[in-house]
Design a protein around this ligand. Structure first.
Ligand code: PLP
Length: 427
């Protein structure tokens, strides 16, 4: 039998860090990753046959559980007709009709192959539309690995960005202004000083890449008003929240209309898909109807469209989101009660099928609070849970996800594992 360890040894010689995406290497939590052999419902099985309850869900897409028969059948049907055409196909039109119906702020949409592509194209479009160069992002928000987004705040909200990664030219990073999430006064100050130069403000409306942080009351509306006042585009990066926190995404949940939105994860049903879209007068600028260039050999791929459409059908089932919301509440309330019993300070955040656990006694609303949590305790808890067959995101700064396949039995088993894991981890 091939073991996880053997595979990781081989992989490390062949792929940077042994993986094709950094967080998979478990660097933050320590130890070695497991290699998944198959996935079904709420579970993953590794190559050694060990089963895990999965709260990562391929980092968000698997909202109906893994290997759902409806999605699988759609893919199998599509595959019969070939894998890629490079011409328009009917499924793309159905996808565009579905997405623009479910997300009313989008009159038009362009399909791409990842969330990163979607956000890169969205800021290019914002720049092309406004004729301005600067963009605003938030510390702790992740928008994929495009150069413009690999920037963190310097000292103070108004300082120009400093590249987070070698290889990002400082001249480009200078165009990315960084703000603290959930601080409207800081945003007002920045727009008062630089508003006329800002093409767009991009935000995860619920921040899922610094654990799970919800917007304060009125915060998103405040940003909407600032963008409108200064002629900047408000871009909601709903790659994670789209079709996750509500059928219409975070924009429906909070009742805010962005100018542009980006999607990924759930929209592809587990296939590599992203999308961006918005008002017609803006989207018309995209090539070939307009001058802002963006293209893709595999964009709108028929197999990927089939998977995404099947997924979008499933999530429109009446009561789907109410049930996921209920399960996530049961999970986070139960874990909070178990932590209390164990004498461990832990708070939780959640919105529908997305949640965060924080080893602190405070309600966490900011990046600074998230980074001040006890990450060493989280790492010990993560390892103890993994040993007991529960896979949480392998970093204290990632949101967790609940799917419709996480039934009450799965959640009860999670509680059993958590009781023991907290006892082990707190020492
Ligand atoms: N935007 C957000 C909010 C994300 O969470 C991610 C990925 O996790 C991305 C963009 C990038 O998407 P992808 O990994 O598909 O390129």
């Amino acid at each position: 039998m091939t073991t996880n360890h053997e595979l990781f040894q081989r992989a490390q010689h062949l792929m940077p860090g042994g993986v094709n995406s950094p967080v998979r290497a478990f660097k933050s939590v320590g130890g070695e990753p497991f290699f998944t052999a198959r996935a079904d419902g709420a579970y993953l099985w590794d190559v050694e046959g060990k089963r895990y309850v999965d709260y990562v869900g391929s980092w968000g897409p698997m909202i109906v559980g893994h290997n759902h028969p409806h999605v699988r059948a759609a893919v199998e049907r599509a595959v019969q007709n070939g894998l890629s055409y490079g011409t328009p196909c009917a499924a793309e039109v159905t996808m565009a009709e579905t997405v623009t119906r479910l997300v009313p702020s989008m009159d038009m949409v362009r399909m791409v192959n990842s969330g990163t592509e979607a956000t890169m194209a969205a800021i290019r479009l914002a720049r092309g539309y406004t004729g301005r160069n600067k963009i605003v992002k938030f510390e702790g928000c992740y928008h994929g690995h495009g150069d413009a987004f690999l920037v963190k705040a310097g000292s103070g909200a108004l300082t120009f960005g400093v590249p987070t990664s070698p290889g990002v030219p400082s001249g480009l990073a200078d165009l990315t202004l960084t703000l603290p999430y959930n601080d409207l006064a800081a945003a007002e100050k920045l727009f008062a000083e630089a508003g006329d130069d800002i093409a767009g403000l991009i935000i995860e409306p619920v921040a899922g890449n610094m654990n799970c942080i919800l917007p304060r009351d009125g915060y998103l509306q405040g940003l909407r008003d600032l963008c409108t006042k200064h002629g900047a585009l408000l871009i909601f990066d709903e790659v994670m929240t789209g079709f996750r926190v509500a059928l219409g995404g975070a924009q429906a949940h909070y009742g805010i209309t962005p100018d542009l939105s980006t999607f990924g994860k759930i929209i592809g049903g587990g296939m590599p898909v992203g999308a961006y879209g918005g008002r017609r007068e803006i989207m018309r600028l995209i090539a070939p109807s307009g001058p802002v260039y963006q293209a893709g050999t595999l964009s709108g791929n028929p197999v990927a469209m089939a998977a995404g459409l099947a997924m979008l059908e499933l999530i429109q089932t009446p009561g789907f989101y109410a049930e996921i919301d209920r399960k996530t509440r049961v999970l986070t309330d139960g874990l909070a009660a178990i932590a209390l019993e164990a004498g461990v300070s832990m708070t939780t955040n959640r919105v529908c099928g997305m949640f965060g656990l924080f080893f602190t006694s405070e309600k966490v609303e900011t990046f600074a609070q998230a980074t001040a949590c006890d990450t060493a305790l989280f790492n010990r808890f993560f390892q103890a849970m993994l040993e007991r067959g529960v896979y949480l995101a392998p970093s204290a700064f990632e949101a967790g996800f609940v799917s419709s396949a996480h039934d009450d039995g799965v959640i009860a088993a999670t509680f059993d594992a958590a009781r023991e894991s907290l006892r082990v981890a707190k020492n």
